[in-house]
Ligand binder design. Structure first.
Ligand code: ATP
Ligand code: MG
Length: 246
């Protein structure tokens, strides 16, 4: 194996009788940006959630940075810090300020001093363009601003990889761009990323590789230019026909 940061090997997952991940093999190199697309229910979220062990798998192995995922305890907390996750819903703490949301993890999990965490937190809020919102509470921000705060919060842990599960799906259309812009910046800056999204423009411009899932399987994967120009399977063609037509 070369420089894979994330490796899934023959991963299977069932929800009861439903086989949601079927022999999934996926290797993501350090610095690589992988966009995962596919129909609803194909297992995209489960795949993401398995990688930072929000879901357990039934067979196969997942390794992160050369080690199998830890099952519990401090090692698991460290994994969750190393693998930042951003969801469709922003999941910010409602009763804390934006800056406090960003500094909580670094002070509690990474044991950083409050001063250091706040300084780096402000730097990140600057980077995502909401430094002026630092003292406000989440409800006082727009959806796009909240999602950028959620990204800053994940980055504050100095993660080795970031997982995004439909980060723009809950946003009003006019706010999608500002979040994608932050993600594009991260991608260009060399962050290892797995991004589940329906934003095909982002896939085209920011992804190194597009992974198409259907029925719990990776059906095909290719660099975006190749995938969008010549999808090899009927299922991918059918899916692209639907998502690109509106
Ligand atoms: N906690 C759960 N318990 C039972 N079934 C689940 C659970 N979570 C997901 N599933 C089922 O597993 C399958 C895969 O779900 P998953 O959320 O991974 O799909 P997805 O590709 O992310 O879909 P979407 O595009 O709608 O977000 C679906 O059939 C879903 O209903
Ligand atoms: Mg999903």
């Amino acid at each position: 194996m070369t420089d894979a940061l994330i490796t899934l090997d023959a991963v299977n997952k069932w929800f009861g009788k439903l086989h949601v991940l079927r022999d999934v093999n996926l290797s993501v190199a350090a610095g690589e940006v992988v966009v995962v697309i596919g129909p609803s229910g194909s297992g995209k979220s489960t795949l993401c959630r398995s990688i930072n062990r929000l879901e357990t798998i039934d067979s196969g192995t997942i390794t992160f940075d050369g080690r199998p995922l830890p099952a519990e305890g401090r090692a698991l907390a460290r994994l969750r810090a190393d693998v930042g996750m951003v969801f469709q819903s922003f999941n910010l703490f409602a009763h804390k300020t934006i800056l406090d949301n960003v500094t909580l993890g670094p002070t509690k999990v990474r044991r950083q001093s409050t001063a250091d965490a706040r300084a780096y937190g402000m730097e990140l809020l600057e980077r995502v363009g909401i430094a002026d919102q630092a003292g406000k509470h989440p409800a006082q921000l727009s959806g796009g601003q909240q999602q950028r705060a959620a990204i800053a919060r994940a980055l504050a842990m100095r993660p080795k990889a970031m997982l995004f599960d439909e980060p723009t799906s809950a946003l009003d259309p006019e706010m999608v761009g500002e979040v994608l812009e932050v993600m594009t910046g991260l991608a260009k800056g060399g962050m290892t990323m797995i991004v589940v999204t329906h934003e095909m423009g982002f896939a085209r411009h920011a992804a190194d590789r597009v992974v198409f899932m259907a029925d719990g399987q990776i059906v095909e994967q290719a660099p975006p230019a190749e995938f969008f120009a010549q999808p090899r399977t009927e299922r991918a063609r059918d899916f692209l026909g639907k998502v690109l037509s509106h």
